[in-house]
Every structure is written in C-alpha cells, then in structure tokens.
Design a protein around this ligand. Structure first.
Ligand SMILES: Nc1ncnc2c1ncn2[C@@H]1O[C@H](COP(=O)(O)OP(=O)(O)OP(=O)(O)O)[C@@H](O)[C@H]1O
Length: 246
C-alpha cells in the first residue's frame, strides 16, 4: 500500500534520510521507532507530500505520489496529530466533520456523522457541542481519533498518539486505536517513542536510525532480536551503538 524506495532528504547540511526503504502492506499496522530527531516525522511528511524527498520514490497503492492530485491523495489519509491539533474556535463536531463539510456534505449530515464517530471513540453525543479547551487531554485525543476516522480513510497516520497522557489513559487510547484500525481494515502508520504503543498497535515495527531503516520485524521478533540498535532502544539502555547525547 505504501512503499518508500531509497528516500533521501537533507535540510542544508543535515542529511536526515539517507536511503529509506519501507513497505507497509495493505491492512497492516506499521510502527516506526527511533530516537528523537532521527527523521520519523520527516518520513511521514514525505509520504503526505508535505516534504519533498531529494532522491527516491514513494508510492501509495502503486501510484507515485508526485504524479497525482495532492488533495485526492490526502483525502485517502486520516491523521491523528501529536497534540490533537484541534481548532479551539470550533465545537467538537465541527472539528470532526471539518473535511466532510468542506467536501460538500450538509451540516446536518456532518453533525450526525460526527456524533456517530464520537460514540465509536467512547464519547457521548453531548460532547459534540463543547469546545476543545473544555475537554481533558484524554478526551481531546479521542476527538482527534474521531476526526482521523471521520471520512473512513484507507490509511491512518498516528503521530505520537499517547504524548501527554498518563499511562492508563495511554493504554486506553492504544487499545482503541488498535480496535478501530482492525475493524476498519485500514493501513496504519504510527510514529512513537512509547513502547506500550508499539506493543498495542503494531503488526510490524521498523527502526529508523542514521537515516535508514536498520531493522524491521514483528513485535515478537523485536523482543528476541539480537539487533543491537533495537535491543538498546526498546530497553532504554544508555550503552550501545546509539550515541546518547546529553
Ligand atoms: N522543515 C525543516 N527544516 C529544517 N530541518 C528540519 C525540518 N524538518 C525537520 N528537520 C530536521 O530533521 C531532523 C529530523 O526531524 P524529525 O522531526 O523528523 O525527527 P523525529 O524522529 O520525528 O523526532 P522526535 O521523535 O523528537 O519528534 C531534525 O534534525 C530536524 O531538525
């Protein structure tokens, strides 16, 4: 479904991606792990067409993303952003149905759909008319998730889905993400530092380091691999091939 071949990206002298090869098959949930600043967000932005690779190709459903219409491409994606990224000035239902309204769905229909998606993420209909600032962090994440799935996308991206949540709420959100992705049959890509998200969400894991994918495998393989990068990262060790800059 999503394929990156030899993707390079530098910002001035800062070579961030140095030949990323990655394949996310249709219906699979791929989680990308790697230290801060290794280029996880840049990788997602390249797929979304927000950052242009210097070299390499990216295809979505066998079509080069350079060739098609960007809006058409983006309409296939749902996205849960790190901070929820809700519009403070809009009530919850409008946040959820924003893209639907823009694409011409009537207000009544969009509102009803937003309420249905709220239910799916465990929120009551009365939340629809509240404003994001009135909600807890966990509720905002749920609303962000409802928005990500509002248009029944084929592909969903999760950018650090548990940032800012306590461990219990993080667990609830991880489980909800997994359930929804499976139920929708969506292809999912998540970037995270949170190993509990990896274990809850991933079918496969890819480790990004030094601008390339150093390792890929299942969660079970991740726990038993002899790969020193993965071992150091998942166990949070300061000793190993990944330099810890202080
Ligand atoms: N638009 C940009 N212009 C210049 N440099 C950029 C830009 N976007 C990202 N970078 C640089 O690319 C590198 C990778 O950033 P990126 O945000 O992808 O890291 P990350 O792996 O997602 O990190 P984190 O886990 O901390 O969010 C960083 O050195 C960052 O400064």
């Amino acid at each position: 479904m999503i394929r990156l071949k030899n993707v390079h990206k530098a910002f001035g002298n800062n070579a961030v991606l140095n030949g990323v090869d990655l394949h996310v098959p249709k219906g699979e949930s791929m989680v990308i792990i790697g230290g801060s600043g290794t280029g996880k967000s840049v990788t997602l932005k390249c797929i979304l067409g927000l950052v242009k690779p210097d070299i390499g190709t990216i295809t979505v459903a066998d079509k080069d993303i350079k060739d098609g219409d960007r809006d058409a491409l983006l309409s296939r994606f749902g996205m849960l952003f790190q901070g929820g990224a809700l519009f403070d000035s809009m009530p919850v239902w409008q946040n959820i149905a924003f893209r639907l309204v823009q694409s011409g769905v009537s207000t009544d229909e969009a509102r009803a759909l937003a309420i249905e998606k709220l239910r799916r993420v465990g929120l009551k209909p009365d939340v629809a008319d509240r404003f994001p600032a009135e909600l807890s962090g966990g509720m905002q994440k749920r609303v962000g998730l409802a928005r990500a799935i509002a248009a029944d996308p084929e592909i969903i991206f999760f950018d650090e889905p548990t940032t800012g949540l306590d461990p219990i709420m993080a667990g609830v959100i991880n489980d909800l993400i997994r359930e929804i992705v499976v139920e929708m049959g969506a292809t999912a890509m998540t970037i995270t530092h949170d190993m509990s998200s990896v274990r809850a969400i991933a079918d496969r894991v890819a480790m990004l380091h030094d601008g390339t994918i150093k390792w890929t495998g299942t969660v079970t393989e991740m726990d038993t691999t002899g790969d020193p990068y993965v071992h150091q990262f998942i166990n949070g060790l300061s000793e190993g091939p990944i330099a810890a800059i202080r």
